[in-house]
Design a protein around this ligand. Structure first.
Ligand code: 3HC
Length: 319
């Protein structure tokens, strides 16, 4: 016989979403909500961690000690973001090793942008400025996401990302106002990273598989296209201050819309990259596996320590 309890639970959940209350780990939630969150949050965590690779390549080649120290701090922040997000995802009932396995076997995605190489020092500047800049636009909206642990992780992450965006812009500013060769390097990095940054917001709303349900559940608060346009509108004036040429010849102010018009993204390239065929996909996962395997002794030490602690606690309780 069917009981009314599941219906009541669902009604209570719907009401909480309607009232802008946060859903917490011990609250009842629909299975599809839980799965969708695990998908998005783990993809987000993987992005933070894989994102350390292109910038990490430049630690030993940073042009000054100050730049090296700042870059190191930034990359450590990204590792921290990955950890907050993995911990938040684990509150949904999955383990860290399941999440890592999904990444390494290609079941879980990570942000497409990190499958492009960082070719010059200017790429470090353009990445901080554009990639972290795009990430913040998306993540500010996520501070109001309906799942409590995700929303709270986002508050801290956004604060750190805005420092990252500024350090990137500062590098770009120094290069753009430097020698003609430095300015050219900044221009070239921006031209290459511009389009993949726009792709970070995902497919057009009409082609976005998850948006409609995620918006109903208030996991996503603003749509892919809305956020992309917001990023474009706030970034064009920054390009002007740098004195660089626009990365897209179709960029122009549309007075009627009150937004910048722009050219179309190469969606074939986007789908190739997210389906594993980008310039660095294989390299990124191979490196992740190697680093993960090399860290096995740390996990083993933690497991042994925990077991020892548990044994000690059990024997104290028996006494
Ligand atoms: N890169 C890789 N995959 C992407 C993508 C991108 N830029 N954009 C979309 N996709 C994938 C989706 O994951 C989904 O695949 P799946 O069904 O296998 O999971 C598919 O394309 C369809 O896209 P949807 O629009 O339907 O997917 P979402 O509703 O999840 O929207 C999103 C995509 C806007 C990226 C959303 O997931 C999101 O807001 N995620 C949280 C933010 C995030 O992950 N940011 C990573 C940025 S990098 C970062 O923060 C590191 C920092 O150092 C800069």
């Amino acid at each position: 016989m069917q009981t009314v309890e599941p219906l009541l639970q669902e009604a209570e959940f719907d009401q909480k979403i309607l009232d802008e209350q946060k859903i917490e780990p011990r609250d009842w939630m629909p299975e599809a909500y839980r799965k969708n969150l695990i998908r998005q949050m783990s993809q987000h965590a993987h992005s933070e961690v894989i994102g350390m690779q292109p910038e990490g390549n430049w630690i030993t080649r940073a042009p000054t000690l100050r730049r090296k120290a700042v870059l190191l701090a930034k990359i450590q922040d990204e590792a921290g973001h990955g950890l907050y997000l993995y911990s938040a995802t684990e509150t949904l009932g999955c383990t860290r090793s399941e999440l890592i396995e999904a990444l390494q076997t290609g079941k879980a995605k990570y942000a497409s942008i990190f499958n492009y190489p960082a070719l010059t020092w200017a790429d470090v500047g353009a990445t901080g400025w554009l990639v972290d800049g795009a990430a913040i636009v998306n993540q500010i909206a996520l501070q109001r996401t309906s799942y409590g642990p995700y929303a709270r992780a986002m508050v801290r992450i956004c604060k750190e990302e805005s420092f990252h965006q500024r350090q990137g812009y500062e590098i770009m500013f120094a290069l753009a106002k430097g020698s003609p060769q430095q300015k050219q390097m900044a221009q070239d990095a921006m031209n290459r990273i511009w389009w993949p940054s726009l792709m970070m917001f995902g497919p057009h709303d009409a082609d976005s598989a998850h948006s409609s349900q995620s918006m109903k559940w208030k996991i996503k608060r603003q749509s892919n296209d809305f956020l992309r346009q917001k990023f474009i509108d706030q970034t064009i004036p920054q390009i002007k201050v740098l004195g660089l040429d626009m990365p897209d010849p179709e960029i122009r102010w549309n007075k009627k819309r009150g937004h910048y018009d722009h050219g179309e993204i190469n969606w074939d390239e986007f789908y190739q990259v997210i389906n594993g065929q980008g310039p660095c996909n294989h390299q990124r996962i191979k490196h992740h596996k190697r680093a993960h395997d090399e860290g096995e002794w740390v996990r083993e030490a933690v497991r042994n320590y925990r077991e020892k602690q548990n044994r000690r606690e059990n024997s104290t309780m028996k006494k």
